[in-house]
Design a protein around this ligand. Structure first.
Ligand SMILES: Cc1ncc(COP(=O)(O)O)c(C=O)c1O
Length: 466
């Protein structure tokens, strides 16, 4: 016969009543040493644990005292009994330390989550909890919370020129989730993608059962003239800042793309992933504002705030809306109402605008630092693309092997990505070698240091002299 506690994973074998205290001590000691009970975790009160385990309170108090004396637990005034930070002998730790030796992370993709505005977010959460009506804590609308859809419709109209009503907005768990919904809805049509482009999106499209048609990108962006021959009935594109080459879709191609969509009845999926970060001028308005019936606009908080929020949105043309919402409802139903209400508050209070103003300045400095460091230490390399976003494309002298170079750099603690990782057909000959370098998570000082280090390694390793 055994007893257990729902608040704490310990089980006592009650067929051995004399050993209850020792069992409890051993169970807690093992859990702390194995890392299952982490430093700072508060244990249940002696009264609550005794009731759960059906033992006398004195047994729990005695076990807590013993483990406190051994240094595993500590008592904090007004807080109760807490797990202490202990040094566990080597070999007994379950959790692995973070990968050792990574000194400069130039991988693209994520923002600097160290800049996340914790205090403003906490204020928005408190305000959201005060005003969130009880009914919003039940099963909600799969398209999203009304307050957030209204807020997003205003925000996107104001900052990106998106033309929509709250009813056109579908809240989702980030862009990747939005794309998976669209890929299911548009599966019959086939979806064209930019090549190079994000490899995960190609995978998602095929996973949803749609055919995926890679279309070349050049220095004016997507080769729109190749769309008709592809047979695709939709295209996923990043017109404001092509991912990952960093070019903007030229004005002529913007017009041609919308003409193709109108004449063939196709849809454009506009991934506007980092349009908030343009450093040299106002960003170009969203394509959606020009052709709302043919463009599905998609955005996310992953670059502007944090990928961990898992919050994004689609602005969906009327003809697709019902199917997109039904697909959402069949899947995970809807996004957490508390997160949605908090985001609505955060945007309405002007906190997103403030955060973007602040981070825009910081990321611009980091971009400038990267470009200056490349010029200084690797003058044969060239940073290309518009002054925007959180990454740059760096072209290398012809004949270099960017994949080998990235592997050499990684052995020295420098993470960079070869452009080939983003290509649908990396082996095609005649392409210039290039790297995709993110600068968002390093300070200007570390960027300068990292590039200097990279140049030293490359020159001394015999990879090449740059
Ligand atoms: C091209 C592109 N689009 C969109 C996103 C955002 O994706 P999600 O919102 O799913 O985090 C990313 C993030 O890395 C991206 O690289």
């Amino acid at each position: 016969m055994s007893t257990s506690s729902p608040e704490l994973f310990v089980e006592l074998d009650r067929s051995r009543p004399r050993g209850l205290r020792a069992q409890l001590e051993r169970s807690l000691r093992d859990a702390i040493r194995a890392g299952r009970l982490r430093p700072g975790v508060r244990l249940p009160s002696s009264r609550a644990l005794a009731a759960d385990l059906q033992i006398t309170r004195g047994v729990v108090i005695a076990a807590y005292h013993q483990l406190t004396a051994e240094g595993y637990l500590t008592s904090r005034q007004g807080w109760g009994t807490v797990v202490n930070t202990i040094t566990v002998p080597e070999g007994s730790q379950r959790r692995r330390p973070p990968p050792a030796g990574i000194r400069y992370d130039f991988q693209p993709g994520a923002p600097d989550v160290g800049l996340f505005p914790h205090a403003a977010w906490a204020r928005a959460t408190r305000a959201a909890m005060r005003s969130l009506p009880g009914r919003s804590l039940g099963y909600g609308d799969p398209a999203g919370l009304t307050e957030l859809r209204e807020t997003l419709a205003d925000y996107l109209g104001r900052v990106r020129g998106v033309s929509c009503e709250p009813d056109d907005v579908v809240v989702c768990n980030g862009f990747s989730h939005g794309l998976s919904l669209l890929a299911q809805v548009l599966a019959e049509r086939g979806i064209a993608v930019e090549d190079p482009g994000h490899p995960d999106w190609r995978e998602q499209i095929t996973w949803a059962g749609a055919s995926c048609h890679p279309i070349e990108v050049d220095d004016e962006g997507l080769r729109v003239d190749r769309l008709a021959a592809s047979g695709a009935g939709a295209v996923l594109t990043t017109p404001a800042h092509q991912y990952p080459t960093g070019v903007a879709l030229s004005p002529g191609r913007r017009t041609d793309l919308l003409d193709w969509a109108r004449t063939s009845g196709a849809y454009v999926i506009e991934d506007d992933y980092d349009a908030e970060y343009r450093y040299d001028r106002q960003p170009i308005g969203a394509l959606q504002g020009v052709a709302p019936d043919h463009v599905v606009y998609a955005g996310s908080l992953s670059k502007s705030l944090a990928p961990g929020l898992r919050l994004g949105w689609l602005v969906v043309p009327p003809a697709l809306r019902e199917e997109v919402v039904a697909t959402r409802a069949r899947g995970d139903r809807f996004t957490s109402s508390i997160i949605q209400a908090t985001v609505a508050e955060f945007v309405q209070r002007g906190d997103l605008d403030r955060h973007l103003r602040r981070t825009r300045r910081g990321y611009r400095q980091r971009r400038d630092a990267l470009i200056a460091a490349l010029r200084r230490h690797l003058p044969a390399c060239r940073a290309t693309g518009i002054s925007a976003g959180l990454h740059v494309l760096v072209t290398l002298p012809g004949g270099m092997d960017a994949t080998r170079l990235a592997a050499t750099a990684a052995r020295h603690g420098i993470l960079i990505q070869p452009l080939d990782r983003y290509r649908a057909c990396p082996a095609a000959p005649g392409r210039s070698p290039a790297l995709v370098m993110g600068y968002s998570r390093l300070t200007p000082h570390h960027i300068e240091e990292g590039i200097h280090h990279l140049a030293t390694i490359l020159n001394s390793d015999g990879v090449t002299t740059l």
